[in-house]
Design a protein around this ligand. Structure first.
Ligand code: ZN
Length: 328
């Protein structure tokens, strides 16, 4: 197993400090056939359940991915990444995240006995910081935006392994398991609605379904207040980002923007945007059905309601619910 630069094809070892190529290219994972990652560290991952529900006029499958060990789908990525780093003998990592990815990496590092330093924006909600601290991670609060945090960590990553949920392809190797589970449970859907910020779920689903031989139409949902990928997808200039209740997808400059655009194009899908009111209404709608999700997960539901206002004509539609409402 090794990393390969998507631009120039240079090869890099999995355990080095390089997390992207000096040419500017991002890493992809290269595996020999049959090569897998061990599963020595487990927090009790389960195939998450699906519920058939009618939302608005449309029947959908809700995939309850917030029922992972740390409360979000990011555990899929952390499980594979941290297990591989343990195999490689990595003893300490740094990571930056608006919350769920940081909690997932911190949780799996705690289980693996790997020292973990999490960089978070100062504004991150108290519940999420509490969770990272409970896992014994060293918390570094960075003033300013999510992108300021990204800049701060570049410095740290010069000397300590960067267990990034954005740069490190091992994370996407984990999130792709979502596609395999969905296929087992309901078949390959016609449509999948994913909240999109850095694209960890979008690209994981894309990689997984591509390996399975068929792509659903991927409808990527961004917040209207922070929609750089939707803008590029539709040939517009991105507007400056503004705050949004969907903090998990509030990413002003996603590193894998072009990959996300390409994946959605290839799937014959679309990028759409939703406003904060519709996100909160979607969150409340699911709450009233006994399903407690964080606002970012509500973005995918709001996107589905907006995309299929009059019903679906019997399509197989999956909406993964990314994170638990207990996080906030
Ligand atoms: Zn390169």
């Amino acid at each position: 197993m090794k990393f390969i630069c998507a631009e120039c094809g240079c090869e890099y070892p999995l355990d080095g400090l390089d997390y992207r190529c000096p040419c500017g290219g991002l890493f992809q994972l290269s595996k020999a056939p049959g090569e897998t990652v061990g599963a020595g560290v487990s927090l009790g991952e389960v195939p998450t359940p699906v519920l058939r529900r009618k939302l608005g006029h449309t029947e959908v499958y809700l995939k309850l991915d917030y029922l992972q060990p740390t409360g979000s789908f990011k555990d899929r990525g952390a499980f594979v990444l941290i297990n591989k780093l343990l195999e490689l003998g990595i003893r300490e990592v740094v990571e930056d995240s608006s919350g769920n990815a940081g909690a997932a990496i911190a949780g799996y590092c705690a289980a693996a006995g790997i020292r973990c330093n999490i960089y978070l924006p100062e504004s991150t909600s108290a519940g999420k910081i509490k969770q990272v601290l409970a896992y014994g991670a060293n918390l570094v609060k960075v003033p300013g935006s999510r992108d300021d945090t990204a800049r701060a960590i570049r410095q740290a990553a010069a000397t300590t392994y960067y267990a990034s949920h954005v740069y490190n392809p091992l994370f996407f190797e984990g999130t792709k398991s979502l596609a395999y589970e969905i296929k087992e449970q309901v078949g390959i859907p016609d449509y999948i609605f994913v909240p999109a910020g850095n694209g960890t779920m979008l690209l994981g689903a894309y990689i997984g379904f591509r390996e399975l031989g068929k792509l659903p139409r991927i409808i990527a949902v961004q917040s209207r207040n922070c929609a750089p990928v939707a803008a590029v997808f539709h040939g517009r200039t991105p507007e400056p980002p503004a705050p949004t209740v969907a903090e998990g997808i509030a990413i002003g400059q996603p590193m894998r923007l072009q990959e996300m655009v390409t994946a959605v194009r290839e799937s014959h899908g679309d990028f759409i945007t939703v406003d904060d009111d519709s996100v909160l209404r979607a969150q409340a709608m699911l709450g009233a059905m006994g399903i407690y999700i964080e606002p970012t997960a509500g973005a995918a539901v709001a996107g589905m309601l907006q995309y299929f206002p009059a019903g679906d004509n019997g399509l197989n539609i999956v909406v993964p619910l990314t994170g638990s409402g207990l996080k906030k």
